[in-house]
Design a protein around this ligand. Structure first.
Ligand code: PMP
Length: 430
């Protein structure tokens, strides 16, 4: 074992004594890959630094928020400005107004927006609005899609739950499962049948339009269009959970790419520049149902925190002319092209989001669009490759179910380093 991990061992032993599993979000504990999590002390540009001073090229990027990389100078200046003025006001203030105007002026289907503190909160709130607007209670979600940890969303979800021995969580009220229907991805026939039998009771269908929590499972346009048509013809709302895809796959997110207009959307990650944030928004008359305008209660002591608002605005300002997305597409295409001939690997990618599926069966199964297509050996193979890459100075999200993220701070040389080292590792193991 390297000296680098000894320090992490000690910290992890201490952490386990004071926090469940030694972490504050399950995937960070490395259960998906085994071993001890590397404790990181900081990050700069596209790199993370561990507590022993070892550097890693970071392809996790805090699970997506850091689209400009760690420590971007403009984002930092914006956050420092907020810090200097006062980092929590608890009042009406101009910073959230600027971010809200910036978004609503550029994304026509977001006519009104409310900021919260996490993606989970955004989803909970959007579901509440949908139930209030329709007077119905059932929510339709999709297998393998993760929408945060609200009770009703912990049914056959992805992300940390993809690793769980049971498909959902303990501690849920019985009502949670009665209020949630789970549909398969990529299957219009199943969707028709579900709407035919339950359509009149469905308040909303919620989907990650680009599912990215069970690997990356891009959906066919026809499937997403069928979902929108069925939801609307049965009087249900369509909610796009764009916590990952929003401002990541393009300025207008996946709604922009697909041309499908959801009634409500949820955001997180990129819009806070790496500070705690979430948001929900959509059609004005739906958002007018939210307190204090309307009867749907939702509040937050730290909501629209000035650090997150100012950092988020700095990020979105950099993204608006499209050049960052072109740069990210160039880097992503380079990675995909370099890895495309490799035996035992399939790469699924949309823009700067990529998923490495390491399995002899993977290539034959592409394009993978459902959790069922996840090959049985992919988890163990990923764990082996993950540790081999870690020892070679490359950090991926520590689970084969998680996707990788590129940032504007990554260089071609760093992309090439991932390709070369992964190629070397897979050649040896084949
Ligand atoms: N929705 C999606 C699509 C997500 O990927 C996540 C988290 N990765 C969430 C919701 C929940 O966001 P948070 O972790 O900020 O609560």
């Amino acid at each position: 074992m390297s000296a680098g991990s000894e320090r992490s061992e000690q910290l992890f032993a201490r952490a386990r004594r004071v926090s469940p599993g030694g972490v504050h979000s399950p995937v960070r504990a490395f259960r998906g890959v085994g071993g001890t999590p590397r404790f990181m002390s900081g990050g700069a540009a596209a790199c993370l630094r561990d507590v022993d001073g070892r550097e890693y090229i970071d392809f996790c990027m805090a699970f997506g928020p850091l689209i400009l990389g760690h420590g971007d100078a403009e984002v930092r200046a914006a956050a420092e400005g907020a810090l200097a003025r006062g980092w929590s006001l608890g009042t009406a203030e101009p910073y959230s107004l600027e971010l809200a105007e910036f978004i609503t002026r550029r994304i026509p289907w977001v006519q009104s927006i409310r900021f919260v503190n996490s993606g989970t909160e955004a989803v909970m709130s959007a579901l509440r609005v949908a139930r209030a607007a329709t007077g119905r209670s059932i929510i339709l979600k999709f297998e393998g899609c993760y929408h945060g940890h609200a009770d009703a969303m912990l049914m056959r979800a992805g992300s940390g739950l993809a690793e769980a021995p049971l498909p959902d969580s303990a501690g849920l009220p019985a009502a949670a499962s009665q209020e949630t229907l789970v549909a398969p991805l990529d299957d219009e026939v199943a969707l028709e049948a579900l709407f035919a039998s339950h359509g009149a009771r469905i308040a909303a269908a919620i989907i990650e339009p680009l599912p990215a929590n069970y690997g990356l499972l891009p959906q066919r346009a026809a499937f997403l269009q069928a979902l929108a048509r069925l939801a609307h013809s049965h009087g249900a709302l369509l909610i796009f959970d764009e916590v990952i895809s929003g401002f990541r796959v393009g300025f207008e997110g996946y709604a922009g790419l697909s041309g499908i207009r959801p009634d409500l959307l949820t955001y997180g990650k990129v819009i806070g520049g790496g500070f705690p944030v979430g948001a929900y928004g959509g059609r004005r008359e739906l958002m007018e149902l939210v307190a204090p305008s309307g009867p749907v209660y939702q509040a937050g002591t730290l909501s629209a925190n000035p650090l997150a608002m100012c950092a988020g605005l700095a990020v979105l300002q950099r993204l608006q002319d499209g050049s960052v997305y072109r740069q990210l597409e160039h880097l992503g295409a380079r990675l995909e092209q370099q890895l495309s001939g490799l035996a035992g690997l399939a790469v699924q990618r949309v823009g700067s989001i990529f998923w490495l599926c390491i399995s002899e069966q993977a290539r034959a199964r592409t394009p993978m669009r459902t959790p069922q297509s996840f090959p049985s050996d992919a988890k163990a193979n990923f764990a082996t490759a993950f540790h081999a890459l870690l020892e070679r100075g490359i950090y991926l999200a520590p689970s084969g179910f998680e996707v990788g993220f590129l940032s504007a701070a990554h260089t071609e040389a760093q992309i090439d380093a991932l390709s070369e080292r992964l190629t070397e590792i897979l050649r040896v193991s084949n």
